[in-house]
Design a protein around this ligand. Structure first.
Ligand SMILES: O=C(O)CCC(=O)C(=O)O
Ligand SMILES: [Fe+2]
Length: 194
């Protein structure tokens, strides 16, 4: 017998969503800080990388991947989240992604041999829907990420589900139509020793 789960009732083990953990004032401050550093233009969306350089073409870490320590402002932010109990992991790599309306990221599982279990991300700017897709069943679950939200993926959510953001200009959820603006996400990972 085939069971069909309504999307809302699906749970993704290992996925934790903390809402509105960064105030609008703090978000503005963070975005100003981020925009003072150079953006890389190699992908369709702009990115900044800190800690270790990820090679998108090879889908792995460069041999000479170490860039340096994470910026102080990001370590301070992580310290606060650690004090507030959102994570107990330590991270040494940060990728900042910028999405303008119409841009997304295709379904993927973050590089297994490159990064440790927990992937920890912060959303700034515009809301968007991130979709989780279970590899074994193709079941999907939409997560509305609003500015200031924090998402932590570990275990099944990290390894058995893909995640992606549809390349579109509006999102629809629970009868609401949400126009996308500029979104910036900060994704923290821990690089595994190989
Ligand atoms: O922008 C996001 O929230 C997701 C980014 C992501 O999945 C990645 O960089 O691997
Ligand atoms: Fe990812």
């Amino acid at each position: 017998m085939l069971f069909e789960f309504p999307t809302e009732e699906l749970t993704v083990p290992g996925l934790r969503h903390f809402r509105r953990r960064v105030t609008p004032e703090m978000q503005t401050e963070l975005l100003e800080t981020i925009d003072r550093s150079p953006w890389q233009n190699e992908l369709r969306r702009r990115v900044q990388q800190y800690g270790y350089r990820y090679d998108y073409r090879r889908k792995g870490l460069d041999v000479e991947a170490r860039i340096g320590p994470l910026p102080d402002w990001s370590l301070e932010l992580l310290d606060r989240f650690r004090r507030e109990g959102l994570t107990d992991s330590t991270f040494n790599q940060l990728i900042i992604n910028e999405y303008t309306p119409g841009q997304g990221i295709s379904f993927h599982v973050d590089c297994r041999p490159c990064f440790d279990d927990t992937i920890f991300s912060i959303s700034l700017g515009s809301p968007c829907i991130l979709t989780m897709r279970q590899v074994s069943s193709n079941a999907t679950k939409d997560i509305l990420l609003e500015p200031g939200d924090v998402l932590s993926m570990s275990g099944e959510a990290r390894y058995d589900w893909q995640h992606g953001i549809a390349a579109r200009k509006t999102d629809r959820t629970q009868g609401r139509v949400i126009k996308r603006g500029r979104r910036v996400s900060l994704t923290f990972r821990r690089v595994l020793d190989n």
